[in-house]
Design a protein around this ligand. Structure first.
Ligand code: COA
Length: 316
């Protein structure tokens, strides 16, 4: 028997929390970069689990969708304590404390949990998005010349207008969800400020427009860049919309930003809807000298990371 206590995490827990587990998300762990935001964001509550005065577990919750949904992030348990139900206990505590009825979370296909019968029966699969990876040294990026397309950094008012228009919303948010930096939001105006949850890490570009004939053109793209362990930087580029005519400009804009923000190797994931032309994406990256680099788990090489799943369940 063990006696576990759980409390909200504090700024001074950071080093101990980062020492809980040394290989999370196959080296792409974002917690060091995000920890301070989990502490300061009023919608987020991070928790630690303590055993014998040692921090052995961590999880952060974020309440979104105008208070309707809670998501969980960055969970981890000390490997010496794994398989004893600690994660289950910590997650249940954090979800209950949020006082919210719906839990939403993302997973990757490489996670064996997603094919377990007990997992499938408990969680409703809402949508899935393919992703591909590019690994490169930001200093080597070639041909990032200026493009002439009309791509802008949209204001929150413009993003709100997109989500308030039925035609644009259903073009950008296929299953009535928009997953930004692995956080699944309902496409409602209340969530718009959260798309820039960490403004210094995130860049948003848009050339979305609606014609008189009610046809939507262009893309909305959001890229988050953060320091990791291995490689030293990671980026998530989320693409919304399927019109690829300005894709090259979006990619070039984001790569330029990544080059400004990073010094060294970057693992970039590009995520899009399942009817997005991923072949066109490959061509665009090839045109700037980058080749796709499929991601196989370094500890389990038979596990390939290539699909993002979004699940929801109702909390009792
Ligand atoms: C994943 C992790 C948090 C599990 O911790 P744990 O204390 O060993 O897990 P528990 O003993 O509480 O397992 C409880 C349940 O969670 C399930 N589980 C294990 N890993 C899981 C995962 N990555 N996602 C969802 N559920 C998971 C278990 O199958 C078990 O389910 P069951 O009760 O229906 O059989 C831990 O292995 C870890 O820190 N891994 C590295 C970080 C990581 O991958 N975090 C992602 C979490 S979403």
């Amino acid at each position: 028997m063990y006696s576990l206590s759980i409390r909200p995490a504090t700024p001074s827990d950071k080093d101990e929390v980062l020492g809980i587990h040394c290989n999370v998300y196959d080296g792409r762990d974002y917690l060091e970069a995000y920890y301070d935001d989990f502490i300061t964001c009023p919608l987020s509550t991070p928790y630690v689990a303590i055993l014998d005065n040692k921090i052995v577990g961590f999880i952060a919750t974020l309440v979104i969708d105008d208070g309707e949904t809670v998501i969980t992030r960055a969970a981890r348990i000390n490997p010496s304590m794994s398989g004893r139900g600690l994660y289950k206990t910590l997650k249940a505590y954090a979800l209950k404390s949020s006082n919210v009825k719906r839990h939403a979370f993302t997973k990757v296909d490489a996670n064996p949990e997603t094919s377990r019968e007990s997992f499938i029966s408990k969680n409703q699969l809402i949508t899935s998005r393919p992703f591909v990876r590019f690994v490169f040294d930001a200093r080597d990026l070639r041909s990032l010349e200026s493009e002439t397309e009309e791509i802008i950094v949209p204001t929150n008012e413009e993003l709100t207008a997109f989500l308030s228009n039925d035609v644009i919303r259903s073009y950008l948010c296929r299953k009535d969800r928009i997953v930004v930096d692995w956080v699944p939001y309902r496409p409602i105006p209340a969530n718009v400020p959260l798309f820039r949850w960490a403004p210094n890490r995130m860049k948003i570009f848009s050339d979305v427009s609606l014609s008189k004939e009610q046809t939507v053109k262009g893309l909305l793209t959001i890229c988050t860049t953060f320091a990791t362990k291995d490689p030293p930087f990671a980026s998530n580029l989320d693409i919304f919309g399927t019109d690829v005519s300005s894709l090259r400009s979006h990619v070039v804009y984001h790569l330029r930003h990544i080059r400004k923000e990073t010094e060294g190797a970057v693992s970039l994931l590009v995520l899009a809807e399942d009817d997005f032309d991923m072949g066109e994406l490959d061509k665009v990256f090839q045109s700037v000298g980058l080749k796709r680099n499929d991601w196989f788990d370094s500890s389990y090489p038979e596990r390939k990371y290539s699909i993002q799943y979004l699940y929801e369940n109702h909390l009792v």
